[in-house]
Design a protein around this ligand. Sequence first.
Ligand code: PFF
Ligand code: NA
Length: 460
Amino acid sequence: MSTDTQVSNRWSSRYAYVLAATGAAVGLGNIWKFPYIMGENGGGAFVLVYLLCILLIGIPVMMAEVIIGKRGRSTPANAIAHVAAESGRSTHWSLIGTIGVIAGFLILSFYAVIAGWAAAYVFFSGSGEFSAAAANPVTNADVIGALFTELITSVSQLMVWSTLTLIAAIYVISKGVKKGLETAITYLMPALLVLLVGIMLYSAVVGDFAAAFDFMFHVDFSQLTIEGALVALGHAFFTLSLAMGIMMTYGAYLPKGVSIVKTSITIAIADTIVALIAGLAIYPIVFANGLEPSAGPGLLFQSIPLAFGSMPFGDFVGTLFFIMIVFAAFTSVIALLESPTAYLVERQKMSRTKAAVVAGVGIWLLSLCSIYSFAGADWTKLSFGMGGDIFEFLDYLTANILLPLGGIFISIFAGWVMKPNILQEELNLTGTPFAIILILLRFVAPIGILLVFANAVGLL
Ligand code: PFF
Ligand code: NA
């Protein structure tokens, strides 16, 4: 097949693929974003809707993306066009790939900034700021809150960190030095999980674990708005790296004989576990210290350092923790930069290095909008729609509009446009299991997304 030549390399094994895909999935979405949006949207009911979205929509859409990538053996837009052509349909469906590239580009512009917060915290922790704050348990939370405010209002500090992050990502993407990174991540991901569990246990001892558990798992639907349901849905896509062409790109390198069903489920479970543990590590501290669950994007950075402050070897453990977050974020940053880069290489015929630089510089420029938003600059305040600032707008536009929209198109494409026998062949399933996935892709995913989406934006 001619397109096969476009993607000549493959993952060396099933394990390498699962690891890379999990690396792209697990990131700031799990440890930074999930806990704070859960807090903003009332806890338990939000968690339940989120889990249902992962199970009924996220996992099938992930399978669909991987199948399209693998079948098309090319970058997203071309892979979709290839599969469409194979199914005798219009190649205009490749526009789905374009939505994904735009979403990835916009997301990276603020993701790199938050990765910068984590990088700054490596140094805060290393220099003993948290244990110093803990010396006075009464002002503890205020001191750590002030440290955070000082950081996010320092435009120059944030610019340094996000610039370094993007330069490093451009370097890795253009030179293709992913090997070393993959090796590092092989050790760091499990280490992050162990550390998170350790912090969760420590929080459980010094914090209010019962309140945290109740908050996360006691389902009270009166606490959930339709807007919150849309946030849960959008986050299911964000956290699994869906609707951004990433899983299609990864699927394109999939060796024959790897089970798309099993690997997708494994990746989703790993991602979900990390998010839930992050919640269980953060909330006991939040409740024990009288912090607000609805504190927003600063929640992780204002709560967890309180635990490190009082923990034996807390400065050291805290430093390790933030180093690992930086690594987890960095694997996601690289995956996010890959999609606009691949797009420019393919569509504009740029060299890989040039494409990575062009995409990286564009993202860097846009990242200034988020940096100034956090600093509270007047020009970032928006007067239209729900108000807020440019960061909130970019977050809303990507997670609540572009990703769900991409999800609708992907599920319709996989369920209705693509030949069912392609789906069946690639899933390697028959009977009831195949019927379930087909029903999820044909009906549950598109209708579910549409209902939540239309309701939340006021169309229904
Ligand atoms: N899934 C990542 C997270 O939860 O942090 C975010 C992300 C990474 C999205 C890479 C998309 C992507 F390509
Ligand atoms: Na994630």
